[in-house]
Design a protein. Structure first.
Length: 294
């Protein structure tokens, strides 16, 4: 990789809200320049990106990190229940409203899945995508071929159980949240951030139900065979931590892309790559943004 230019002094993070298609979206924002949208996953929220927001903004980008619809302080998803196409349409509308053209996406976990969907269904809104720690949705069935991967993703099945999963997630001060962070990134101590996620987002009215709704929505689509994802024409970089066993789910997934496709592994990280190796991840993203600039 070539050296990057030095950072600019323009990285102060601002909180604001924006209404898109009737949905109130809370966002973190910083910087000026080409727009980059950072999408968080579960169990997490937009504040997971504070390091990347500041660093990308200081290198000349306008950075927007929304709290996903249903993740407080954002309002409920369109219609009050999670529908993936409606969520993606809302995010595409947000991207067009905050940018001067297509935005570059950086998505982790659920944010990565939504990045795949947005790049497939709304490619006109996407300049490029960096997807972290999740395979293409149509690769997910391969989980069933490896017991270790079944354990690593057991929450997908647990969260299909109505009432039972809500109780399990809320129990003992949301202890399942702590367990998932330890399971996926066992060398990471991020207790302060996890506490913030619990208090600001998951404990908000409807917070648990909306978070679980994403898992139920994609499960229903995959079982029914209605996801019907077209090949992705925009450039996509897929990033996994070297300690994340789910990276093998991306083997062969280049077939789902007609645009440039690349995969990178960052050593010394599990699932939460951007929290465990923030400098390495941000440097990789900056090079990709420059390589794929319109």
């Amino acid at each position: 990789m070539t050296d990057l230019p030095g950072p600019r002094a323009d990285s102060q993070i601002r909180d604001r809200t924006q209404t898109i298609g009737g949905s109130e979206i809370a966002i973190l924002e910083a910087g000026h320049g080409p727009s980059v949208m950072l999408l968080h996953g579960f169990p997490d929220n937009a504040r997971t990106w504070t390091t990347q927001i500041s660093q990308l903004a200081s290198h000349g980008y306008h950075v927007v990190a929304p709290f996903l619809p249903g993740y407080a302080p954002s309002g409920p998803p369109p219609g009050g229940q999670v529908d993936l196409r409606s969520v993606v349409k809302t995010l595409a509308g947000l991207s067009m409203s905050v940018g001067r053209g297509p935005v570059s996406l950086v998505g982790h976990d659920w944010g990565g899945t939504l990045s795949y969907l947005m790049a497939a269904f709304h490619p006109q809104a996407v300049a490029s995508a960096t997807v972290i720690s999740v395979p293409h949705p149509l690769q997910s069935a391969a989980v069933l071929t490896d017991p270790r991967l079944i354990h690593h993703t057991f929450h997908h099945w647990l969260f299909q159980l109505p009432l039972v999963s809500e109780v399990a997630l809320a129990a003992e001060d949301l202890a399942l949240v702590d367990y998932l962070w330890r399971l996926w990134s066992p060398r990471l101590d991020d207790s302060d951030h996890i506490t913030q996620v619990k208090n600001e987002t998951l404990r908000a009215p409807g917070g648990i139900g909306h978070a679980l709704g994403y898992y139920r929505a994609i499960f229903n689509e995959l079982v029914a065979g209605t996801l019907d994802l077209p090949p992705i024409p925009v450039p996509v970089l897929v990033v996994f931590g070297g300690d994340d066993p789910t990276r093998r789910l991306t083997d062969g997934q280049h077939a789902h892309f007609t645009g440039t496709y690349r995969r990178a592994i960052i050593p010394g990280a599990g699932h939460f790559v951007h929290r465990e190796q923030p400098e390495s991840l941000t440097t990789l993203v900056l090079h990709w943004l420059r390589e794929t600039a319109p």
